[in-house]
Design a protein around this ligand. Sequence first.
Ligand SMILES: [Fe+2]
Ligand SMILES: [Fe+2]
Length: 490
Amino acid sequence: MGNVDLNAKIPNNVNLKDDRRLQRALESWQPNYIDWWKSMGPEGFQADEIYLRTAVDVGRDGWAHFEHVKMPEYRWGIFLTPRDDDRVIPCGDHAGMEAWQQVPGEYRNMLRRIIVTQADTEPASVEQQRLLGQTAPSQYDLRNLFQVNVEEGRHLWAMVYLLHTYFGRDGREEAEDLLRRRSGDPDSPRILGTFNEPIEDWLSFFMFTTFTDRDGKFQLLSLTESAFDPCSRTCRFMLTEEAHHMFVGETGVGRTIQRTCEVMNELGTTDPEAIRKHGAIDLPTIQRYINRWFSSSVNLFGGERSSNAAMYFAAGLKGRYKEERYEDHVALEGIYNLPLPQNGGMTNEEVPLRNAMNEVLRDGYVGDCKFVCDRWNRVLEKAGREERVYLPNRRFNRDIGVYSGVHFDTDGNRITQEEWDAKRDGWLPNETDKAFVKSLMKPSLGVGQIASWIAPPRTGINKNAFEWEYVRFDKSSVGVSLGAKPSLTG
Ligand SMILES: [Fe+2]
Ligand SMILES: [Fe+2]
């Protein structure tokens, strides 16, 4: 493992300069990536200087580097967590054997599929979020959005590195396709459903970064257990970036709730109409957004009974969340008790553990999301409120897996189609909610300005105040036409 080469055309810590063929292949993909970024990345802010964090080292201090940079000039690079020569395969049929540095032929297609599916989500989310900058509630939030976006771009680089390096011509073709598919395009959509849903408002963005990026965290965690060592090390480094995305989401929703509390306390009412008139988002609406984005993200873990999941685990391509916590890493014995809809009610099915690996991972995810909800409830508690938000049951509103095609309430009880139809608009964002949230989405881009529906953060980025110039707007910027002053320094 080499040191970080920051001056290379493609910053990297994989000794790219020693592999000319690979270097050339990646350097010829690079302009296509930049073209994609300019046409599908954040619309209207490409000439502005954004206060961004760039990875300059994979060590603990590697994140200390912040500077104002134009997004197309961001130093996207290839960084892997350093190699551990003693690493053994953590789980599956080959558990305990030396980790692979190359892809065994028999697993090549399977692994390529896994990597492509993960890779596809990275540019997809940038596409989904590309118009959000124009309605940012503050400069601080605008900067956070772009930080998330450039890092998703870097995640794409991370996956493309694996494809180019270990999958030859097929890998290069897949890398091209990753720039060809488009989120929401009926002819050439992104692979996973959630990544084709447009993110049109900031409440959805914060929900997405809370719940959907957290799915990403769990997928990456299961891939860090991979027998294929380069995949494991790539994903391990991606996780350090993912943490910030979830921070943006969780604190974004938390600040929205905070503002709602302030308005409820000020007006002495919980009446949604009164709160809305005051420019804040009522709690029932926030709850419906939680229900929508949690249920959509829960789908991403795939079917509850899955022969693919069993194969991936057996091969050692994916492991469980914190595989080291388990005693039995082979998982050939053991069952998972899966509640299953049958006729009008429910039954229990004993699923062989390996076939239930998606559900095992989903358990970890649901638990993690519950902690997030607890922290949101602390915001309510601190504001002296009695109201609470909650996480709907994982069976609610599913369209993938054994719970799809039938209906459940938010507690996970089976209900009829008629009940669902009658209650749906109380559980999921209805047209009035969406129109209202959309009506709040007005840019607030001046230094220290903040929109009416969200509270400012407690601290800014990298010890700077919230009231600080996170974005230096170019005179021709969309941001300037939206009301921000161009920077005098820039
Ligand atoms: Fe990502
Ligand atoms: Fe992310």
